[in-house]
Ligand binder design. Sequence first.
Ligand code: UDP
Length: 322
Amino acid sequence: MSSKRVLITGAAGFLGSHLCDRFIKEGYQVVGMDNLLTGNLENIKHLFSIKEFEYYNHDVSKFVHVPGNLDYILHFASPASPIDYLKMPIQTLKVGSLGTHNLLGLALAKDARLLIASTSEVYGDPLVHPQNEEYWGNVNPIGPRGVYDEAKRFQEAITMAYHRTHGLETRIARIFNTYGPRMRLNDGRALPAFISQALKGEDITVFGDGSQTRSFCYVDDLIEGIYKLLLSDFENPINLGNPQEITIKEFAEEVVALTNSHSKIINKELPTDDPKQRQPDISIAKKILDWSPKVERTEGLRSTLDYFEKLISDKELIHETN
Ligand code: UDP
């Protein structure tokens, strides 16, 4: 076989499963790996009949063995929503640190290029706005979010160390809030929470007064950015996200309008260290990768809503037949 072979960790997760689809579509041989801590095989079950796809159930915090050659490794395994990493702080720290170390070793052994999924969380509760790659961040290392933020900061540090020490080819994507089909309905993130509350007619829980901002990128745009970054020559961290910024209160109102819901918006306590504002500066991605997001929020929200509506009605059907 002359086609390239790529290992994707977190393959059964939200972003990992979309990456598997993309690389299969591009003609790669794809090795998916996941330990299903937060991933779901439903997301990749359509790939199991494809001969170019292999799957390993494995926790990358432990030594990683993959038989055969590898050209690329994409490390996307990690709990990634605040609720998840609050529930699983030690696993979150381990997959970002030990997991990354194992994959760096694997990349060296296979002479493969490694792309790591970093995050806007490396900027913490940012004091610079919008956030550019030069900014070093404002992170509370011992706060509840510290387990994710610091794991990802360590991940960037060790990745650059391997690049500088061993000449390993590495890429670092700083991923901002991304949404779309295959997000988990109950991962506690704002979008699935709001959609599921709106569809069920429950109160929409806006944390704090909802004046904090986020900038939401549709998953297809993000995957395109990751693909371009992997194949580029750019070795420094790069922001990938959609700069269209919105307050969480406005976002909740958009979801209510989109779903024609009668739900009312209520306020709940703001979680500790919740970043007040977040917007990516994507000048570098535009210039180096010729990339910028294309999907408008109304369009992206519509297809995400379709996905969640189907998921909820399938679940209800299962309940009815049991
Ligand atoms: N949020 C909210 N209600 C919810 C879940 C989240 O108001 O039910 C807020 C949360 O406090 C944050 C924003 O929405 O300010 C985005 O939260 P999410 O968990 O989606 O992502 P992150 O905080 O990691 O950006």
